[in-house]
Design a protein around this ligand. Structure first.
Ligand code: NAD
Length: 314
């Protein structure tokens, strides 16, 4: 008989989808989130709305920086999906200490709680931006990741390494997942798909870096969720996996795809890319495929259609 799964950041974009998928396969889920104001807490409450009614779901407003309130949070929990974080690359340049407090110190709290509860697997959300500008393309997990371009990826890389130290010291099983640009329904309002969709529907101006001459390995949220569940079900000591689509898209083409779906032009303004922005991301996903059968199903064309249909119907 399995215990419950704790999902941190449950009210967020990816967290709400992960909870939904866990509940759909009959799991008991404990969600926590502090409704951080980086983007509207009203939107986060809405992300949770459909979950509250589902049997097996409970939720607690809780901050991962909490020092000594963890015992009731992890009671009955035997697996953890740790998604709670501050996740803005450019915001992290302005507020590095907040990013350290949540993404590094908060993750250490989660690791300690996992040890305390004796969990059998912890999955941690990291990011493709730990590769910086990258050494070889596509990015492989065994490439160096020690030249981050902003505090956000630096804090994620630090947390990856702290998780390794917990694996060594306490035998905790940890799978680190490096997500590549995730999009889909309930997508974050600070990310390009949402900003573009806003522009297409309401005419707002949207900033495009370097005239769209940058590449991102956009990954549809259901593929990410499948990867999270696959990793959760496959404890292997300490491992790092890329979760991408494996088909990087030129940002200029990404804009054109969405414009075609909307049947009009976005109000795009090109500016030079800030130094914190990676020019190109692309995932080698052979390791996740080999270890837990990760196989993205949704092309960017299909995913943008699903995303646009959701956005237009809001
Ligand atoms: N969306 C992407 O493209 C992407 C790419 C790479 C990595 N990631 C990582 O995936 C995870 C989920 O990202 P997302 O896009 O769903 O972001 P999100 O901001 O929608 O979700 C993160 C959630 O964590 C919560 N949170 C923040 N600080 C907290 C704290 N101190 N205590 C408790 N909860 C807290 C927020 O309120 C939010 O609901 C993050 O760890 C992020 O770094 C996301």
């Amino acid at each position: 008989m399995s215990g419950a799964v704790l999902v941190t950041g449950a009210a967020g974009f990816i967290g709400s989808h992960v909870c939904e998928a866990l509940l759909a396969r009959g799991e008991t889920v404990m969600g926590i989130d502090n409704f951080d104001p980086y983007y509207s807490p009203v939107e986060k409450q809405a992300n949770l709305a459909a979950l509250h009614a589902r049997p097996g779901f409970s939720f607690l407003e809780f901050d991962v920086r909490n020092v000594d309130g963890w015992a009731p949070v992890v009671a009955g929990v035997d697996r953890i999906v740790h998604l709670a974080a501050l996740a803005g690359v450019r915001a992290s340049v302005e507020q590095p200490l907040d990013y350290v407090a949540v993404n590094v110190a908060g993750t250490v709290r989660v690791l300690a709680a996992a040890v305390q509860a004796g969990v059998r697997q912890l999955v941690f959300a990291s990011t493709s931006s730990v590769y910086g500008q990258g050494v070889e393309f596509p990015f492989r997990e065994d490439q160096p990741a020690d030249r981050p371009l902003a505090p956000y990826p630096a804090t994620k890389r630090a947390a990856e390494m702290l998780a390794h130290s917990y694996h060594v010291a306490h035998g905790l099983n940890v799978s680190v997942l490096r997500f590549f640009s995730v999009y889909g329904p309930r997508g974050r309002p600070d990310m390009m798909p949402r900003l573009l969709a806003e522009s297409l529907l309401h005419g707002s101006s949207v900033t495009l870096f370097a005239g769209g001459q940058m590449w991102r390995d956009w990954t549809y949220v259901s593929d990410i969720v499948a990867g999270v569940l696959g990793a959760l079900d496959t404890p292997r000591g300490y491992e790092i996996y890329n979760l991408g689509c494996g088909a990087p898209v030129l940002m200029a083409d990404f804009v054109t795809h969405l414009e075609r779906l909307a049947g009009r032009k976005a109000n795009v303004r090109s500016v030079p890319a800030p130094a914190s922005e990676v020019v190109r991301t692309g995932a080698d996903i052979t390791k996740a495929a080999a270890h837990f059968g990760y196989q993205p199903q949704i092309s960017v064309e299909a995913g943008l259609k699903l995303f646009w249909d959701w956005f237009a119907a809001r």
